[in-house]
Write a protein that binds this ligand. Structure first.
Ligand code: GLN
Length: 545
């Protein structure tokens, strides 16, 4: 029977609950325990797909095309398993399902209430993951902070779980902050005590407490938290700020978090093998060089807006023993300040996006990359705009554009597919999730992947317009990847350029620290080569032999 670990957070938001939950997942998986992770999000949206990056950071896309919370990206990267739409539950989905049932007459005669109808629906969705994944342990992260009104039904549902499946099948882990007061030079446990008190008032007693802290917790402080919060001293663990998020599982292992879990849940006999992970972290800590890559996008000032892209670049760097320094270039600044914003970049990545804002800057960056031989990787919108730039400046198609921005363009090189034309709703109606792609032998893409039949995840509405394929080919563009069944362009490249490639898909979603995305590794390899050949231009600070 599946066992459950419920992760809650207290004191403040943004403590890295997703990373902590993912890290615990990694530690259990490294003990040979099969794990799955699910996120319960208290907002009323059906999914994260309709929220802009200012609201909620990046939208992560699963194989089956769910637009989810970015924490699912951390989960996949840490436990190295593909998750599905079942793994991200929102209040909107829960209420939507209950209201549908009410209208169908499923509760005929009854009063539909938060308890038990909403809480039963939440519990059913948690159990659904257990059944579908067949995992020995399901980790469930409750979004938000204890004390929020919105998360109350979720907390009540996880409270009931202990009652439903038995104490030895359930564990509650609470993440808090232990702040350091500079004036007193003291670490303060009171916020943790208050947060746990709040949790206990709801009926949940944590079995372990993970304390985020800038400074090490002394045994006395751990004792104090243990006593006041009624947990074992060995189950009070610290999580200090780490240089790399991939260090966190190793830190939590050293603190004994996984031991506390395996003892409670009856997996104490499993032996740990973290060697691959440790080796990966060693590579992170000792890079042989640094390479600087420009990320051109319109949300670059937001830490979480391009998280999967940043991670994919990071993973690709690890594979080449090179630290990737991401120069974030705001596409609108590029419009005002010109190309100097790209100074020192050994490669240019143009980010995904929607709408007109900032595209002039993106087009400038693409033209610069194409004309100066700087390695270029265009992701989704970045690929589409590379086609627009090529149409205008190489094929001489004046006014060429994507119909997304210019509906009356004389040359819609990027256009809507028939099935996207008369949409009634915007949520969940893009081309979403995994699609196959056939690569042409001998191309940059084929070399990067090392195979010809691949799959990548998608999130877009517009496509390359096949009417323009011939003129593009005549001018030297190669369509190196196609979704054959629908005859859609997936990958473009310019053989006359050292490394110029655009992909309609988002390979960053499948990148894992121990299994980087091939196009990203290929791109970084080209950036390193470019940096080497132009060292004097300052593109590189230090590249080892
Ligand atoms: N706006 C483009 C489209 O909808 C690209 C989307 C993206 O970059 N993810 O097709």
């Amino acid at each position: 029977m599946t066992k459950y670990i419920f992760f809650t957070g207290g004191v403040v938001s943004s403590l890295g609950k997703g990373i902590a939950a993912s890290s615990l997942g990694r530690l259990l998986k490294s003990r040979g325990i099969s794990v799955s992770i699910q996120k319960l999000d208290p907002y009323i949206n059906m999914d994260a797909g309709t929220m802009n990056p200012y609201q909620h950071g990046e939208v992560f896309v699963t194989e089956d095309g769910a637009e989810t919370d970015l924490d699912l990206g951390h989960y996949e990267r840490f436990i190295d398993e593909n998750l599905t739409r079942l793994h991200n539950v929102t209040t909107g989905q829960v209420y939507g399902a209950v209201i549908d049932k009410e209208r169908r007459g499923d509760y005929l005669g009854g009063t539909v209430q938060v308890i038990p109808h909403i809480t039963n629906e939440i519990k059913a969705r948690i159990k659904q993951v257990a059944v579908a994944s067949g995992a020995e342990v399901c980790i469930v992260e409750v979004g938000g902070t204890v004390g929020d009104i919105e998360s109350l039904p979720f907390l009540e549902a996880i409270r009931q779980f202990r009652h439903d499946v038995g104490d030895d099948h359930v564990m509650y882990v609470h993440l808090t902050l232990v702040p350091h007061l500079g004036a007193a030079d003291e670490l303060k446990t009171k916020p943790t005590q208050h947060s746990v008190r709040e949790l206990r008032a709801i009926g949940i007693t944590p079995d372990a407490i993970v304390c985020r802290t800038e400074y090490p917790l002394t045994p006395e402080i751990k004792e104090k938290i243990a006593l006041f919060c009624d947990v074992k001293p060995s189950a009070v663990v610290q999580s200090r700020d780490a240089q790399s998020i991939y260090q966190v599982p190793l830190n939590l292992e050293a603190e004994g978090l996984a031991d506390a879990v395996t003892q409670k849940l009856g997996f104490a006999d499993r032996s740990l093998d973290l060697e691959d992970w440790r080796a990966m972290v060693r590579r992170i800590q000792r890079p042989k060089g640094t390479v600087r890559v420009a990320l051109v996008g319109k949300y670059v000032e937001l830490k979480d807006a391009y998280i999967s892209i940043n991670e994919a670049l990071y993973h690709a760097g690890v594979a080449h023993n090179t630290e990737v320094e991401v120069l974030r270039v705001d596409s609108e600044t590029l419009e005002d300040r010109g190309l100097e914003a790209l100074d020192g970049a050994a490669g240019i990545l143009v980010a995904p996006g929607f709408g007109a804002r900032g595209i002039k800057g993106k087009l400038l960056a693409i033209r610069h990359a194409r004309e100066s031989g700087v390695p270029f990787l265009g992701i989704c919108y970045g690929m589409q705009l590379a086609c627009v730039e090529f149409a205008r400046n190489v094929c001489g198609l004046e006014g060429a554009h994507t119909r997304e921005v210019e509906p009356d363009t004389p040359h819609p090189v990027i256009d809507l597919m028939e099935n996207q034309r008369n949409l009634q709703a915007l949520g969940g109606t893009m081309r979403l999730g995994t699609y196959p792609c056939r690569l042409t032998p001998g191309t940059v893409a084929a070399r990067a992947y090392g195979e010809l039949e691949i799959t990548e995840r998608h999130r877009h509405r517009f496509e390359f317009n096949n009417r323009y394929r011939e003129v593009f080919e005549r001018r030297g563009m190669v369509f190196s990847g196609l979704y054959v069944d629908a005859d859609l362009v997936e990958v473009i490249e310019l053989p006359a350029h050292p490394w110029f490639l655009g992909t309609q898909a988002h390979p960053e979603y499948k990148s894992r620290p121990t299994r980087p995305a091939p196009l990203y590794t290929g791109f970084i390899e080209a950036c390193i080569a470019c940096a080497r050949s132009s060292e004097s231009a300052g593109a590189v600070q230090r590249i080892g032999a």
